[in-house]
Write a protein that binds this ligand. Structure first.
Ligand SMILES: Cc1cc2nc3c(=O)[nH]c(=O)nc-3n(C[C@H](O)[C@H](O)[C@H](O)COP(=O)(O)OP(=O)(O)OC[C@H]3O[C@@H](n4cnc5c(N)ncnc54)[C@H](O)[C@@H]3O)c2cc1C
Ligand code: SF4
Ligand code: SF4
Ligand code: SF4
Length: 372
């Protein structure tokens, strides 16, 4: 059988410009101790470093979110069959929630729900920690392992730039065939907060039984319409176009558009909304060929879209996800809005609209890439 390897990823994913730079292939390369592949340049796809050490096992190809080799298997595992006719994936439960803890709510992107749930899971020792992303600056991020409420507060809020979560999994897992030296690492059970491309890779690995994916106890997926890439030139362009300075941004949010809260409170220009169609030149090119908005393979998905201000839209998808949501509601960690059937229908329609628009954008961009 002809096994496709990293070479095929270069031809089929990197060269057409659709690598999502999720880091999955690098973090879980079967020959990681030999540093076969790696990111040489930030914001460019990974490359061969020691090509001769490649085992040609094909793991990197199978788990890449852009090859879609395992889609049918995953769709079956996650209770749906046709992605395009059902852009929300399998929806077990649908909620609009808010953290009851004042700090998580205050610092949260929307309702502070994701971090409240992680904190509960840590306190109840259901996980040892969670891989989250901490802000360094607006549009800049750093993946960290959060082990406490303090860590989580530091990691609250959205960072609109891709965060190499999967690489951090590799650093903090307890057991793996390729990196036995990491055996003594402390963390055993982790939650992973991630965008759809990141969660997809983990699910592929779990589907194939590849270590250390078993360390991921729960996948908490964020909605994601797009992510951004800024270099110095783009920062300059962005600041000029939207008449602001990145250093004056207090917080960012993203729902049906990009919402920028500026530091200069008290002025009418404190909050700026930028529609997605004005942001295409700042979007990472890989995002233009991504089709999942609501994180269909997560245990629980979270987004702002559809919910009122300071509430998070929550979709449970798996038995595990449902059990966790029931527990945190019962424990009073989060409260839920009482959604009548009409409101729920309206929320879902809005989310379906964005999901479909993302699929259409992907189809259009793929057609364009195939033409060139
Ligand atoms: C790149 C990106 C794009 C998004 N796009 C949309 C959108 O188009 N529409 C929409 O409705 N919602 C979108 N969201 C989700 C939304 O911004 C909130 O994250 C979600 O509603 C949860 O809010 P919360 O207050 O409950 O979470 P919180 O309790 O504040 O927790 C948020 C968690 O997400 C982690 N996190 C933040 N940034 C990243 C990142 N870049 N990568 C991985 N983890 C991260 C934080 O560390 C924290 O643990 C997006 C999120 C991201 C990161
Ligand atoms: S999308 Fe992710 S897994 Fe695929 S080639 Fe790019 S970095 Fe590797
Ligand atoms: S060793 Fe396997 S996972 Fe690593 S680059 Fe080669 S084919 Fe990909
Ligand atoms: S749109 Fe979001 S999920 Fe898709 S590639 Fe970009 S960051 Fe990943």
């Amino acid at each position: 059988m002809n096994i496709k390897t990293f070479n095929d990823l270069i031809e089929e994913v990197h060269k057409p410009g659709i690598c999502q730079q999720c880091g999955g292939c690098v973090s879980f390369c079967n020959s990681i101790e030999n540093e076969v592949i790696g990111f040489k340049e930030p914001n460019l796809p990974p490359e061969y470093i020691n090509k001769e050490k490649c085992l040609k096992c094909g793991i990197c190809y199978l788990i890449c979110p852009q090859t879609h080799v395992l889609d049918l298997d995953l769709n079956k595992n996650f209770n749906f069959s046709d992605f395009s006719s059902m852009p929300l994936g399998f929806v077990e439960g649908f909620y609009s929630c808010q953290a009851t803890d004042k700090e998580f709510l205050k610092y949260g992107t929307d309702g502070g729900v994701v971090n409240s749930i992680i904190n509960y899971l840590i306190e109840k020792r259901m996980i040892d920690g969670a891989i989250v992303a901490k802000t360094r600056a607006p549009f800049s991020r750093e993946a960290i392992i959060a082990k406490s409420k303090e860590d989580l507060i530091k990691a609250s809020g959205v960072k609109l730039n891709v965060s190499p979560q999967l690489h951090t999994v590799q650093k903090f897992h307890t057991y793996t065939r390729s990196l036995p030296k990491l055996r003594h690492y402390k963390f055993k059970k982790l939650a992973l907060v991630g965008t759809p491309c990141q969660i997809y890779t983990i699910r592929c690995m779990q589907n194939l039984g590849i270590i250390p994916s078993e360390n991921i106890e729960i996948c908490l997926g964020l909605f994601c319409y797009e992510n951004f890439f800024f270099d110095e030139l783009k920062v300059e362009k962005f600041e000029k176009e939207f008449k602001l300075k990145l250093k004056n941004i207090e917080r960012l949010n993203i729902k049906e558009d990009l919402i920028i809260n500026l530091k200069n409170k008290g002025t009418s220009q404190n909050v700026i909304h930028i529609p997605f169609n004005k942001l295409s030149k700042y979007m990472r090119s890989a995002c233009g060929v991504c089709n999942d908005f609501t994180n269909i393979y997560a245990d629980i998905s979270f987004g702002g879209l559809g919910s009122p201000n300071k509430f998070t839209t929550v979709i449970t998808r798996t038995k595990k996800g449902k059990e966790i949501i029931n527990k945190v509601i019962k424990a009073g960690v989060i409260k839920t809005l009482n959604l009548d059937a009409y409101t729920q229908k309206e929320m879902k329609e809005k989310i379906v609209q964005f999901s479909q628009s993302k699929i259409l954008r992907m189809e259009k961009n793929m057609r364009n890439k195939l033409r060139t």
